[in-house]
Design a protein around this ligand. Structure first.
Ligand code: NDP
Length: 294
């Protein structure tokens, strides 16, 4: 049974991430200074091992971070979810509506990430953070085994879900996805080609670096509209599990903390990069993630 194997598998994934990061740290000792990440290059071995000394470690044309960000963890998460759905069908005759929703929403999220895989190239993980234990553990162990907690919960705690409630939850997920995809695609298109017809009409602020900042469209609503969409989806993934237990809301709570911290880190980096232009952007778009609230 997969459910009995989840804990041992999670241990093996953690051990693999540890050994892998150790090899990456040793490899990074021989890397040229130009290949090192700004954050993981402190000289303190434990700190650098954790944060990642090299920015984008590669073996030949194989990019370790790009691969790990998208393939093993995300696909593993979907496979665990599917196995739990099949196990529920064996146990109760058919998968519950709640299990279908959780599987469907999370399959959409992973399918979207793989479909738009080149968009990961403009994210902070790729452009700024080194590849060390933090990211390797996150990609290989944390994502598949904790992001599947809702499906794991549903296997042991079946939830009655009526069609009207399910429809409202689908609507919440659709709104979150619309904002998330719209914001990420808009920024990605703009960064690749600011003259693309879909973004050419948007208002921008010029910066001293020559790059521009969007100040209308999704990025004129709040400073991180993609995080807002992601959080709305996170809520929709928990709602099918009912409100009797905190466990299915673990992802929503953890993810809120992660994104608030991530947003603060990104603000710091953007302030350093863009200086006065960033301050002007913050003046024009005062809210960080949630309009009129935060
Ligand atoms: P973003 O994709 O939001 O990238 C931030 C960068 O975007 C900034 O550093 C800046 O870089 C650029 N930027 C910021 N404001 C503007 C603007 N107004 N106009 C143009 N460019 C701007 O960051 P993340 O990498 O954190 O997130 C990517 C996606 O991944 C998000 O949807 C997030 O929710 C998701 N995510 C999901 C996780 C999960 O576990 N499910 C974990 C982490 C993230 P520059 O100017 O240099 O281009």
């Amino acid at each position: 049974m997969l459910t009995e194997m989840l804990l041992p598998l999670a241990w093996v994934a953690t051990l693999t991430a540890f050994i892998f990061s150790l090899l990456l740290y040793l490899k990074a000792l021989m890397a040229p200074a130009s290949a090192l990440a700004p954050g993981g290059n402190s000289g303190n071995p434990v700190y650098d091992f954790f944060l990642g000394r090299e920015l984008n470690p590669r073996f030949g044309s194989f990019d370790c971070k790009y691969f790990c960000e998208l393939r093993p963890g995300l696909i593993g998460w979907v496979l665990i979810n599917l196995a739990l759905l099949v196990q529920e069908a064996e146990l109760r005759g058919s998968p519950s509506l709640a299990m279908w929703l959780v599987n469907g929403f999370q399959l959409l999220y992973v399918g979207d990430a793989l479909w738009h895989e080149e968009a990961v190239l403009t994210t902070m993980d790729i452009t700024h953070d080194g590849f060390g234990f933090m990211l390797a553990f996150g990609d290989l162990a944390w994502v598949p085994f904790t992001y599947s907690l809702q499906a794991q919960f549903l296997l042991y705690h079946p939830q009655p879900l009526e069609l009207p409630t399910a429809s409202v939850i689908c609507l919440v997920n659709a709104v979150g996805y619309y904002i998330f995809r719209g914001a990420n695609s808009q920024k990605n298109t703009f960064r690749k080609n600011p003259s693309d017809p879909s973004v050419a009409g948007l208002e921008t602020i010029s910066t001293a670096t020559g790059r521009q900042l969007l100040v209308s469209g999704w990025w004129g609503m709040v400073r991180h509209p993609n995080y807002l969409g992601d959080l709305i989806m996170a809520l929709a993934w928990s709602l099918p599990c009912g409100v009797s237990h905190l466990l299915p809301y673990f992802y929503l709570l953890y993810f809120t903390a992660l994104l608030v911290h991530r947003e603060a880190r990104d603000e710091q980096q953007c302030l350093q990069k863009y200086g006065l232009a960033w301050r002007e952007y913050c003046r024009r778009v005062p809210y960080r993630i949630v309009p009129y609230i935060y």
